[in-house]
Design a protein around this ligand. Structure first.
Ligand code: GLU
Length: 283
C-alpha cells in the first residue's frame, strides 16, 4: 500500500519496537504507521511569494497557510523539523500531487470539482473571495469596470479561469506564473488591475515596497474554499485526520490567532459569515 520510501520508515519502526521489547520495554504507545521519531519527512507544498499566506523569507517560511500546515503536520506526527516545504505554484499543484512530488498542499488552493477529478481535498480551512487589486487612484470598482482594461492573473488559478469563463467581456487578460509578477507589471503601468483572492491581494498590497500604492477593491465576486490538496491514491495522510486537526486548531483558538497574526497591518477583514469554515465530508 505504501510507497517504497515509507518502507524504510516502517522497517525502522518495527526495529524500534523490537528493540524496546528486548529491553523489557517501556510502552511505546506508537501505532503502526506512525512516522513519529522516524525522522521521515512530510513534503508540503506552499506558495513562496504570497506574503501573509505562504512566503519564503530567507530560510524561514511564514504565513497563514504555513501556520495551518505546521499545526496539522504536528497533529499527524510530523513536528516542524520533519516538514519539507516546497513551492507549489498555481499551475503545478495537481501535477505535483499526481506525480508524487508532494504529500499535502496548503497553497491558497480552492476546492473545485474540476480539480477533484485529479486530486483529493481535506478542509476547507479558510474561505476567501476573488477581488481586484488596483492602483490607489484607480476608479475600477468591480469586474464590470474592466472592459478594455489590462488585467493580470495567474495561469492555472480559479481567478484567471473565472475571468475567461464569465466575467468582464472585453478585458485583456495577461497570465503570469505568480501574483507577485502581476503586481510588478502593475507597478510598471502595463496593467490596470490584478485579480485573485482578496486575502492574497491584501497581503501583496501590505508589503513595504507596495504600501500606499495599491488598494483592494473590496467587492468579492466568488467563494474560494481553501482545501488541503492530497493525492487521490497512495497518500501518507488521510483526509479524516487532517479535518480532525483543522477542527482542533479552530476550537483551541490557534486558527484565529494565526489569521490575526498573518493579516496584521494588511487592509483585510475576512468574511466572518464563512469563517472559520466547517469541514467538508471526505470523499
Ligand atoms: N484560490 C485560487 C486558486 O486556487 C486562487 C489563488 C491561487 O492561484 O493560489 O486557484
Amino acid at each position: 500500500m505504501r510507497k517504497t520510501r515509507y518502507a524504510a520508515a516502517a522497517i525502522a519502526a518495527v526495529a524500534a519496537l523490537t528493540l524496546s521489547a528486548c529491553g523489557g520495554g517501556s510502552d511505546s504507545g506508537s501505532e503502526s504507521g506512525s512516522t513519529e521519531g522516524s525522522g521521515e519527512k512530510i513534503r508540503i507544498g506552499i506558495k513562496f511569494d504570497q506574503p501573509g499566506l505562504g512566503f519564503k523569507d530567507g530560510s524561514e517560511f511564514t504565513g497563514f497557510d504555513v501556520d495551518v500546515a505546521k499545526y496539522v503536520a504536528n497533529e499527524l506526527g510530523y513536528p516542524e523539523d520533519q516538514i519539507e516545504f516546497m513551492a507549489s505554484p498555481s499551475a503545478q499543484r495537481e501535477n505535483m500531487l499526481e506525480n508524487d512530488q508532494l504529500d499535502m498542499i496548503f497553497a491558497t488552493y480552492s476546492i473545485t470539482d474540476t480539480r477533484k477529478e485529479k486530486v483529493a481535498f481535506a478542509g476547507p480551512y479558510f474561505v476567501a473571495g476573488q477581488d481586484l487589486l488596483v492602483p490607489a487612484d484607480s476608479d475600477i470598482a468591480g469586474p464590470e469596470d474592466l472592459e478594455g482594461k489590462n488585467l493580470c492573473s495567474v495561469t492555472g488559478s480559479t481567478s484567471a479561469q473565472k475571468i475567461k469563463d464569465e466575467k468582464a467581456a472585453g478585458v485583456n487578460l495577461l497570465e503570469q506564473p505568480s501574483y507577485a509578477e502581476c503586481v510588478t507589471a502593475m507597478q510598471g503601468g502595463q496593467i490596470d488591475a490584478v485579480t485573485t483572492d482578496d486575502i492574497i491581494l491584501a497581503g501583496l498590497a501590505s508589503t513595504d515596497a507596495n504600501k500606499g500604492k495599491f488598494k483592494v477593491v473590496g467587492n468579492p465576486f466568488s467563494e474560494e474554499k481553501y482545501g488541503v490538496g492530497l493525492p487521490k491514491e497512495g497518500g501518507v495522510v488521510t483526509c479524516e485526520d487532517i479535518n480532525t486537526a483543522i477542527t482542533k486548531m479552530i476550537d483551541d483558538g490557534a486558527w484565529e490567532e494565526a489569521i490575526k497574526k498573518n493579516t496584521e497591518g494588511a487592509d483585510y477583514t475576512f468574511n466572518a459569515e464563512m469563517n472559520p469554515p466547517k469541514m467538508d465530508a471526505c470523499a
